[in-house]
Ligand binder design. Structure first.
Ligand SMILES: CC(C)(COP(=O)(O)OP(=O)(O)OC[C@H]1O[C@@H](n2cnc3c(N)ncnc32)[C@H](O)[C@@H]1OP(=O)(O)O)[C@@H](O)C(=O)NCCC(=O)NCCSC(=O)C[C@H](O)C(=O)O
Ligand SMILES: [Mg+2]
Length: 296
């Protein structure tokens, strides 16, 4: 299902069986089972087997299940993708993307192993070259047989590669977030913000979530279960936003407004573009409600 809520996407090391089990009760919108940086080289094969077995077994309710594979040019990348396709997660997250060719190669591999149609590709935007190539990477979403549906910011790697300083206001990072965001939106893709490493600092996390939301991010990637609640709260439409959206939808539904491009609601000028925004807000709020009901 495209257009689904992606407020919170929780990473967990694929080598951590306890975390894979615990994830069944964590209310994140997406779960990212990591085979890449969170897994030591000598644990890669076992982690792949564990993750694929867990995905096949299921039990993750309405959450989106994602496997982050190793890069194609590593000794594990191709086998990770092949095994992941057999397990059929909702998406495969491709790390260290450099240019559109990385997404095209991953998509070809998916086609060659007849991956189920539901398996989408997500791209990690975490190299300086990926930021420079954000437009062409996002553009692969419209290529034939492509499956790209979401961009994920890898701010730790970007900070490493750029030698920027990781300050609380993310002074260095914000331009890369904004550039990648417009590339994502130009091709109707979702985009999820990077992780907040200081996982015991809820105040700092909330602040970073708020700023990400202001930029237009759909959600945030997370590293610890305690981050899920605050993140879901901040990236959900507020009751006030939902009520306003319903008022706008209602107003445009009145017979006298049927053919109008602009109307006044509660003293505010409201155009058809606000109607479209209101419809999206109400749809996302409804999906969240249904997902929360399904997850218990
Ligand atoms: C960060 C951690 C290593 C902290 O672990 P720990 O000290 O063990 O945490 P707690 O004792 O508070 O854990 C409490 C219980 O919660 C479970 N737990 C912890 N983290 C997770 C998780 N992510 N998913 C599911 N469950 C989790 C523990 O097992 C405890 O359970 P119990 O035994 O019942 O008490 C750890 O949180 C962790 O490993 N986090 C994920 C790290 C990770 O995946 N990193 C890679 C992705 S981030 C990245 O790569 C960024 C990107 O690429 C970039 O470039 O920016
Ligand atoms: Mg990374």
């Amino acid at each position: 299902m495209e257009g689904r809520p992606r407020r919170s996407a929780l990473y967990m090391p694929g080598s951590n069986t306890r975390a894979l089990e615990k994830a069944k009760a964590i209310p994140a919108d997406a779960l990212i089972f990591d085979l890449e940086d969170a897994v030591a080289p000598d644990a890669k094969i076992q982690a792949r087997e564990q993750v694929c077995a867990a995905v096949k077994e299921g039990g993750y309710g309405g959450r989106e299940v994602v496997i982050r594979v190793n890069a194609l040019e590593t000794p594990w990348g191709a086998q990770d993708i092949i095994a992941a396709c057999e397990a059929a997660p909702d998406a495969i997250l491709v790390p260290k993307v450099i240019h559109s060719g990385d997404i095209i190669s991953a998509a070809k591999l998916l086609q060659s192993v007849h991956a189920p149609e539901k398996v989408r590709l997500w791209a990690m935007m975490e190299t300086p070259m990926a930021i420079l190539n954000a437009r062409t990477i996002a553009a692969t979403a419209v290529y034939k047989d492509n499956r790209l549906s979401c961009l994920v910011m890898g701010t730790n790697d970007l900070i490493k590669e750029s030698r920027a300083r990781a300050l609380h206001d993310r002074f260095a990072v914000v331009p890369w977030l904004a550039m990648t965001l417009v590339a994502a939106r130009a091709y109707k893709l979702d985009i999820i913000d990077g992780v907040y490493n200081d996982f015991r600092d809820e105040v700092g996390l909330r602040d970073e979530c708020e700023r990400g939301r202001i930029l237009g991010m759909d959600g945030k990637t997370l590293i610890h279960p305690s981050q899920v609640g605050p993140c879901n709260e901040i990236f959900s439409p507020t009751q006030e936003e939902v009520d306003w959206s319903r008022q706008v939808i209602d107003a445009f539904g009145q017979p006298e407004n049927e053919k109008k491009g602009v109307i006044v609601v509660d003293g505010h000028m409201v155009e058809r573009l606000h109607f479209a925004m209101a419809q999206r807000t109400v749809a996302i709020a409804e999906q969240i409600r249904q997902m929360e009901k399904a997850c218990g």
